[in-house]
Design a protein around this ligand. Structure first.
Ligand code: SAM
Length: 248
């Protein structure tokens, strides 16, 4: 998969490609990643990417021409991309969208700055994405968040497919995790996790995951289509909470 961003600050993306899973995915050729300098797609001597807003008001607006030129250049070189515009006014990013985007062959992410980009740029955009209900000074951090989340779903990137079963994967939050030491500052790791009984461990984790989701993110739980297994987990969870009490 090819992920490309266009920005006036390409150097910011070193933070994404310097380390960890994304760096390895790039080195192994699972992801081709490039941060292009929008200024290379300007035509004036000063390489201008912004201008005063029509109608007045504070701040500058990013001019449309460099974005159009970039997408034309890219399309000629690599084929038609799926184009994302980072904006606080877009669809709020989520795990399923990341999964869907990971199936695109060529993903292009446009980064705004200042007061945002000229509205006409939206005519070459397939999806406007926000990473949350707050305002950043630029689209670069948003683009990094999108690129990282998408890359995790590219086959091979996470190695073991089990590693993808994190929070949101099946509409639930992940279960709590523990490591050594078994007791720390008087706090012991739950006995079941040290029991070696894989069936019990599996049920404990499912119940914890269900409990956390209900308590912390009832909105997620309400949206979840419950499977037969989920229903069994809820029954076990309620039983464990009332101390195994049964009506029969
Ligand atoms: N005037 C715009 C508005 O109120 O909708 C905000 C512009 S913001 C200061 C500058 C750029 O940062 C945007 O063009 C966008 O690329 C990026 N940006 C800011 N907040 C964002 C968010 N929550 N999600 C994605 N991108 C964001």
């Amino acid at each position: 998969m090819r992920i490309s961003v266009v920005t006036i600050f390409p150097e910011m993306f070193e933070a994404l490609t310097c380390c960890g899973v994304f760096k390895r995915a790039k080195e192994e050729g699972l992801i081709q990643f490039d941060a292009y300098n929008l200024r290379n797609f300007t035509t004036d001597r000063h390489r201008t990417t912004d201008a005063y807003p029509f109608g007045g008001g504070p701040g500058m607006v990013m001019r449309p021409e460099p974005f159009f030129r970039f997408v034309d250049w890219y399309t000629e070189r690599f084929g038609k991309p799926y184009v994302i515009l980072t904006t606080p006014q877009g669809e709020v990013f989520h795990n399923e969208l990341a999964m869907e985007l990971s199936k695109k062959e060529n993903l292009v992410i446009l980064c705004g700055r200042y007061e945002g980009v000229d509205e006409r740029v939206t005519t070459i955009v397939d999806k406007e994405i926000s990473i949350g209900d707050y305002v950043l000074s630029g689209g670069e951090l948003a683009a990094m968040v999108i690129a990282e989340a998408v890359s995790r779903f590219v086959p091979g990137v996470m190695g073991d497919e089990e590693s993808l079963k994190d929070s949101f994967y099946n509409g639930l939050l992940d279960h709590p995790s523990y490591t050594r030491p078994a007791v720390y500052k008087g706090m012991a790791v739950p006995e079941v996790l040290r029991s070696g009984d894989h069936e019990r461990i599996e049920m404990y984790r499912k119940m914890e995951s269900m409990k956390r989701t209900i308590l912390r993110r009832p909105d997620l739980f309400m949206k979840k289509e419950l499977t037969e297994e989920d229903k069994r987990v809820i029954v076990e969870l309620v039983r464990s909470l009332v101390g195994g009490e049964s009506r029969d």
